[in-house]
Design a protein around this ligand. Structure first.
Ligand SMILES: *Cc1c(COP(=O)(O)O)cnc(C)c1O
Length: 336
């Protein structure tokens, strides 16, 4: 499955180690008495500890450099994978990096916050709801000092960043074709929406006709509708379609998001996550992370156990990373 020229012509830096492996999880599938399960290893993208943001940053940093920026600014949670991968990608690309983290400095640097510091990022703490505003303030201050900052939105989720997952869709479909496998379902963790937008457009372009479900990690449906987040994702989808000359008129109904696994909230590990981490680790030697990928994998396990995904089907679990922060969650991992 070759990429169309509209995609391969988009400016991109080579940062990630791609294609990432596509692996079958036979032992895991056997224990669940379930379908064939494959894992797309985007935890192995190779920028610092890897993860899905690396693919977005290939396009975002190319755009920053084309706009003559010398500094990037982005925001996230204290243990943000997006911030970590931005800091690492910026270092490799010769750009300075400022991170706006929502929350307070941990008593002792650990997890991604520790690595952000090793990577030389300048860190600004703020309240979670003031992240955007703080990014603007940092940007203005840097400009006044003569720097040329480029602001990357939370999660790198805009049309430029999402292009990374359009490309990833073609990569996956080629790998599946090579081993003659067709997926009925694909499951992954969704949060800021860029991965879902890119995959939705890319998989359509590459001819995939199975289901694609984003498991919400932190997006909560509105009281009256669950469409606000979908509308945000749909805007990116439409922008991508325009840029890539895709003539399908995408609608809200093309997006599937499962809000049923929010547990006690963002970053709060429950039994679902603890069990998913141990089950995959002990059957396949593959680790999922405490916040995103264990929740999405927990959803997959639950759907198999409830018979919502059938024995004779084939499933893809898109591993988006965050396993490198397991060490920062020791207490939750051993809680009963
Ligand atoms: C950011 C992130 C996601 C969600 O991707 P979005 O494009 O923000 O929806 C999933 N998994 C991990 C590990 C992430 O860091």
């Amino acid at each position: 499955m070759k990429e169309p020229a509209t995609l391969s012509d988009m400016p991109r830096l080579e940062l990630a180690t791609i294609p990432t492996p596509l692996q079958e999880a036979r032992n895991f599938s056997m224990v669940l008495g379930g379908p064939r399960i494959f894992i797309k290893r985007d935890d192995l993208t190779g920028v610092a500890f890897g993860g899905n943001k690396s693919r977005k940053l290939e396009y975002l940093l190319a755009d920053a450099i084309n706009q003559n920026a010398d500094t990037v600014i982005t925001a996230g949670a204290v243990q943000s994978n997006h911030c970590l991968q931005t800091a690492a990608s910026a270092a490799r690309s010769g750009l300075a990096c400022h991170l706006v983290l929502g929350g307070h400095p941990p008593a002792r640097p650990e997890g991604n916050y520790l690595i952000d510091r090793l990577l030389g990022a300048t860190i600004h703490f703020t309240e979670r709801h003031l992240r955007e505003q703080t990014m603007d303030e940092v940007s203005r201050k840097l400009q006044a000092e003569g720097a040329r900052p480029y602001v990357i939105p939370v999660g790198g989720s805009n049309v430029v960043g999402a292009m990374g997952y359009v490309k990833a869709a073609f990569e996956l479909v080629s790998q599946a074709d090579e081993i003659d496998v067709n997926f009925d379902h694909m499951i992954f963790a969704t949060s800021s929406g860029g991965t879902q937008a890119g995959l939705s457009v890319g998989l359509h372009m590459a001819g995939y006709r199975g289901e694609l479900t984003g498991v919400s990690i932190d997006q909560v449906p509105d009281e009256d509708s669950d469409e606000k987040f979908k509308e945000f994702v749909l805007e990116i989808v439409k922008d991508l379609a325009r840029l890539l000359d895709v003539d399908k008129p995408f609608v809200i109904g093309d997006l599937s998001i499962d809000y049923g696994y929010l547990g006690a909230g963002y970053g709060v590990m429950g039994d679902l996550e603890r069990r998913a981490i141990r089950l995959l680790a002990q059957t396949e030697g593959v680790l999922v992370g405490p916040v995103y990928t264990s929740r999405a994998l927990g959803c997959l396990i639950d759907k198999i156990e409830k018979g919502l995904i059938g024995k004779n089907e084939t499933v893809l679990f898109w591993h988006t990373g965050d396993n490198n922060v397991l060490h920062a969650y020791v207490d939750s991992l051993f809680q009963e």
